[in-house]
Design a protein around this ligand. Sequence first.
Ligand code: 6OD
Length: 487
Amino acid sequence: MADVANTIRNFINGEFVDGADEFDDLNPVDGSLVAKVQAADSEIVDRAVRAARSVYEGPWGSLPTPQRVALLRRIADRIDERFEDFLKAEIADTGKPEGMARLLDVARASANFRSFADIIASTPLDAFRTELGNGDVALQYAIRKPLGVIGVIVPWNLPLLLLTWKVAPALATGNAVVVKPSEETPATATLLGEVMAEVGVPDGVYNVVHGYGDTGSLITTHSGVDGITFTGESKTGSAIMRAVSDRVLPVSFELGGKNAALVFDDADLEKTVAGLTRSIFTNTGQVCLSTERVYIQKGIFDEVVAGLVENAGNLKLGTPYAEGTTTGPLISQKHRDKVLGYQRLAESAGAQTLIGGDIPDMGDELSDGSWFSPTLWTHLLHEDRPMREEVFGPVAGLIPFDTEEEAVRLANDTDYGLASALWTQDVDRVHRVAPQMNVGLSWVNTWYLRDLRAPFGGSGLSGIGREGGTHSFDFYTEPVNVCIGQS
Ligand code: 6OD
């Protein structure tokens, strides 16, 4: 098994490249050093973009689809062969429980490549036979050209999963990419560079540059980049939009969420409480889809709250490989301070903290980790900041409601629009309420159930565009409609 490298380098044109500067990659479990990371400066980003453009304009952009499909499948197979390397690297960077990283993060990396290989191999062209009034006909068909060089900027919560979710469709459609992983989680994007080289992806198709937000800006302002796909904070999405506005570049954004769950009094309470627990606390609440607002119909409020408190109390905070660990640390002490700030805000707004709200004592060895206890609040108002702003931690506010109309109004009264979950057994209610939710993902009696062919994304501050299946191709390609008349 390859060790997690002590030095993480940029990957440009098929080679690992030192940076101008270096920064520390820390393990959030105990604050220990995972690696020194070589940061890219403008010269290195420029090399990456030039390498991508050169291979895109060379053979890669016009490689026949079956050859790209074969390469994508080889990438997927090689990720599976190096599964344990990816697992180890992802866990060192994020501190997440091994079971979760195994089942979700790394498994989804190869699934993303396989899925987009299947989809591009089987996606038909749009074609129309147009009948003209004079008896002539025309044939129209739209070919999809790659955008060219795509900047891929991805976050730290599901680093490999979200990276491959974007790189797979980008490569499937013939683009070359310049990736910037989060400074918190640089390892797996770099390992993927090794895989690309091992399976014969042409040099320059996949490039990785490391650094903080200023490195991201070097990508978004580079004149050789043709589009930006980004997952992360809404305010960074706004900054990227400003950066690309002069060139009117296409963007695909999946941003924050302040996702609501609506629990109706006809719900199956056992399944609902289990589902809510998952949707609030999975990945220590660091998923853009996490539920942070729970509206519960008054008649069942106390029972649901009691169930949630019991489940939260049964979560086991611990190190990634320890038996029974369900919940890891937050990504960094800086992020932990932000979550703690919302706890203070909630307290000053009159919240009752039913459980958690503090930094747990994890013992001396883990005292430099970024731990935060699973937390539930009641007695907040819908208007209070902790109920309106994304916290991105293991927290949720629980609020009672009377009527369906009130619940829908409260859920939709937000600047975000990513995901919601209804918990009810009334099918008529499902048909009535699910489409009323102003979100891209309206779950019913489930949460984070994904089919990679389905459209994924949100509206408002939650983003622009949808990725998933052929929806991804709407961003990663530019259609050219060919119209053939009669000669
Ligand atoms: O599962 C996915 O494909 C996906 N895009 C998840 C996004 C999670 C955001 O934190």
